[in-house]
Design a binder for this molecule. Structure first.
Ligand SMILES: [Zn+2]
Length: 413
């Protein structure tokens, strides 16, 4: 039988090593309405490869970016901790790089303008670039100028032709979502002023591996970066990483700072040199390190099922909190449906009264928890565990307990 050959989206080398195979899964953000329950759903392979030449961990593209992103249900403005993160970032950047009203800030995948509005409050000219029409429209209505476009060399050249070059280019949780990685980074190179700064945030592959966060793998998430590989990608396009922050967001992210190779005004920090060395010591330049991950994921699945089976044998009721993409990967991979989890709840009105893709677990308003008093409340967005345990502390009134399944299944106290 002839199988499809894939090549690395960065270096074009043939992909022949599997990092982890999570079976096949529906698109993680394709929440179903009640009238779709008796129809079929498309499932796509969720098999992640590692390139043996550049070590980029990646999903081959099975779906076009257009199909995934043009009506994206996620509005950034719904998470309080994420809004705070954006505000703190803005103040830090304004102070560190002396960004003022003479300058121009561009955010790629700017969503509903939740971040750029902080620059607007400081009278700094901004432009958002956002492919999802519904969220871009919300941004424009809120006074954040936003182009409804995918970002790449074409968009960058169009902006450059209008004389628009950026002093700061921001991209949070977009680099990992880009199918045409080289075209995207080349677009940044084109759009960036000679002394401009780029910052990009993305989940750190080191945290994914060390903390067993395999549920953060889903179809919309094409690449999984270490500092080692992201440096190679930026360097191939004439951009130098000069600083890096390790952030707690999304279970552990990197914020990289890049500039043109020729801009000597920003020396490479010790933090870059230290993290590079830590990655080398961990094994990030050795294929064997990547290939050991798959077995620990299988072992976790066995532990999760054992944990849930035991809870059900003890006649416990289980509900979930949240309907994040990562929950959908986890539940589909483990085959956990309403046989274990009665329902989930979510604060976003865009997800309520829908069903999780694949597992078809119903999503309700959080008030449902008080009404049904489940014994166990599974926190699917484990990265927001503390915030959710505070909000839902009243489950202790009826002896309810919080549980998480990643990195290992456990009761949280
Ligand atoms: Zn490669």
């Amino acid at each position: 039988m002839k199988t499809t050959r894939y090549s690395c989206r960065f270096c074009n080398h043939e992909l022949s090593h599997i990092f982890v195979d999570l079976g096949s899964s529906p698109l993680a953000n394709s929440y179903l309405k009640a009238d779709q329950l008796n129809t079929m759903e498309p499932f796509y392979p969720l098999c992640v490869y590692v390139c043996s030449k550049c070590f980029l961990v990646q999903l081959p593209e099975h779906q076009s970016g257009e199909a995934i992103f043009t009506d994206y249900a996620y509005f950034s403005s719904f998470s309080e901790s994420w809004l705070r993160h954006a505000q703190e970032y803005t103040l830090m950047m304004i102070e560190r790089f002396k960004i003022n009203s003479e300058q121009f800030v561009v955010e790629i995948a700017s969503n509903d303008g939740y971040l750029l509005k902080n620059f607007v409050e400081h009278r700094i000219p901004v432009l958002g670039v956002e492919p999802a029409k519904n969220v871009a429209q919300a941004a424009n209505e809120a006074g954040i100028p936003t182009l409804v476009k995918f970002f790449g060399t074409q968009t960058a050249l169009e902006l450059a032709a209008e004389g628009k070059h950026a002093d700061l280019i921001v991209g949070n949780n977009v680099l990992a979502h880009v199918p045409a990685l080289n075209d995207f980074v080349e677009g940044i190179k084109i759009l960036l002023k000679a002394k401009g700064v780029v910052t990009m945030e993305f989940p750190h592959l080191m945290r994914l591996i060390e903390e067993n966060q395999f549920d953060t793998i889903y179809h919309e998430h094409f690449s999984y970066f270490s500092l080692t590989t992201v440096e190679k990608v930026f360097s191939a396009h004439g951009l130098t990483l000069f600083d890096v922050d390790e952030l707690p967001t999304h279970g552990g992210s990197l914020r990289i700072y890049a500039r043109h190779d020729g801009d000597r005004s920003k020396p490479v920090s010790k933090k870059i040199i230290d993290l590079r060395a830590r990655e080398v010591a961990a094994g990030f330049r050795d294929l064997k390190y990547y290939l050991s991950f798959a077995e620990s994921v299988k072992e976790t699945k066995r532990e999760i099922l054992e944990f849930l089976v035991k809870a059900k044998q003890e006649r416990k009721t289980i509900a979930a909190y949240g309907a994040p993409a990562k929950g959908n990967t986890l539940l589909n991979y483990c085959g956990v449906r309403t046989d274990f989890i009665d329902y989930t709840v979510d604060r976003s009105p865009h997800k309520q009264d829908h069903y999780l893709p694949g597992t078809r677990i119903p999503i309700y308003h959080p008030d449902k928890i008080k009404e049904t008093k489940p014994n166990l409340l599974l926190i699917l967005p484990w990265n927001l565990k503390e915030e959710i345990m505070d909000q839902m502390a009243h489950i202790h009134d009826w002896g309810g307990q919080f549980i998480v399944l990643i990195p290992r299944p456990r009761v949280c106290s």
